[in-house]
Write a protein of this length. Structure first.
Length: 282
C-alpha cells in the first residue's frame, strides 16, 4: 500500500474519524445504555457474497480509532477473491467500541470491496489491456475509491483537474472546437504538457492530430469508427476508449490495439459487497 492511501496517512485518518463522528460513534446511546462498560467481545467478519476484498486496512483503522488495543486475526488477504459465507477475520476487543464502530467500518469495507470486485470483472474480460478509472467518485472519498480500483487490477487516471489537461465536450463547445482548444492549451502550458482531448468523429480525431494532441479520448464510439481512427493515428497519438463500456459489451473492444480503456462505472456504479460482523460475548 502506498503512503498516500495508508490508513495512517493524516488525511485518510481524519476522513475515517469524521465518518465515525457522522455516525455518532462516540455518543452511541443504545450501546452505552445496554452494554457494560468493561464488557469484551469477539466478532467474526463474514463475506455474504462472492467478490474481491478491498479496504481491510481501513476497516481495521476505523475500529482502532475507538479501541486502540483491538486485536485482529485475518483469514483472507487484501485483493483476494472470496466466496459467499467466507469468514474473513476474527476481532477481539472492547464491546462498546466495536459495536459503535461496526457500521462505519462495514460500510467502508463493503464500498471498497464492491469497487474492487467490479474492476476485477472488467479486467477479466479485457485481458492484458489497461483499464483506468475516472473522476466519477464520491466527493472526499476519491483516494479510497481509487485505491480499491488498484486492488481490483485497474489503473488510476488523472487524480483531479490540476493534474493534467483533458479537454472534454463542454470545453470544446466553449473553446472553439478540437483544433482551437488543443492549440490554446499548448500555447499556455508549453511543449512538455500532456494534452488529451475528447473526440466523437473521424474529423475530430484528424483535428487533434494536426493540432498536436498527445492522446485522444474516443467517447461512445462504435468499433467501426475506432478502427478508422486507429488507422489514422498509427502510433502518432495515444488512444483511450471511454463511455458506454459495460461488462456486456467490452469484449467487442478488447482486441483493439488502444493504449487504455476507461470507465466511470468502476466507481459510480459498483454495487457494494455485503459483509456482516457477528459478535459473541467473552
Amino acid at each position: 500500500m502506498d503512503t498516500l492511501t495508508s490508513p495512517r496517512n493524516k488525511e485518510v485518518r481524519a476522513l475515517l474519524k469524521k465518518s465515525l463522528q457522522e455516525d455518532g460513534a462516540w455518543q452511541d446511546r443504545t450501546t452505552k445504555g445496554v452494554v457494560a462498560f468493561d464488557a469484551r467481545t469477539r466478532g467474526e467478519l463474514i463475506c455474504k457474497a462472492p467478490g474481491v476484498l478491498a479496504g481491510l486496512p481501513f476497516f481495521t483503522e476505523t475500529i482502532r480509532l475507538l479501541d486502540a488495543k483491538a486485536k485482529f486475526r485475518f483469514l483472507a488477504k487484501e485483493g483476494q477473491t472470496v466466496r459467499k459465507g467466507r469468514r474473513v477475520a476474527w476481532i477481539e476487543g472492547h464491546a462498546q467500541a466495536l459495536l459503535s464502530a461496526e457500521r462505519t467500518a462495514l460500510n467502508l469495507l463493503s464500498r471498497l470491496s464492491g469497487i474492487a470486485t467490479l474492476t476485477r470483472r472488467f479486467r477479466q474480460r479485457l485481458g492484458n489491456a489497461r483499464l483506468y478509472d475516472t473522476r466519477k467518485t464520491t466527493p472526499l472519498w476519491r483516494e479510497l475509491e481509487r485505491y480499491a480500483v488498484r486492488v481490483g487490477g485497474g489503473v488510476n487516471h488523472r487524480f483531479n483537474l490540476a493534474s493534467q489537461v483533458l479537454i472534454k465536450d463542454n470545453h470544446l463547445k466553449l473553446g472553439g472546437g478540437v483544433h482551437a482548444c488543443v492549440r490554446s492549451a499548448r500555447k499556455r502550458y508549453g511543449p512538455k504538457e500532456f494534452i488529451e482531448v475528447e473526440v466523437e468523429s473521424f474529423e475530430d480525431a484528424s483535428q487533434a492530430l494536426r493540432a498536436g494532441a498527445d492522446m485522444i479520448l474516443v467517447d461512445n464510439a462504435d468499433p467501426k469508427l475506432l478502427k478508422k481512427v486507429l488507422a489514422l493515428v498509427r502510433g502518432k497519438m495515444g488512444v483511450e476508449i471511454s463511455g458506454g463500456l459495460t461488462l456486456g459489451n467490452i469484449h467487442r473492444y478488447a482486441a483493439l490495439k488502444v493504449d487504455r480503456f476507461s470507465s466511470g462505472s468502476l466507481t459510480h456504479s459498483a454495487p457494494s459487497l455485503d459483509f456482516s460482523l457477528e459478535f459473541h460475548p467473552l
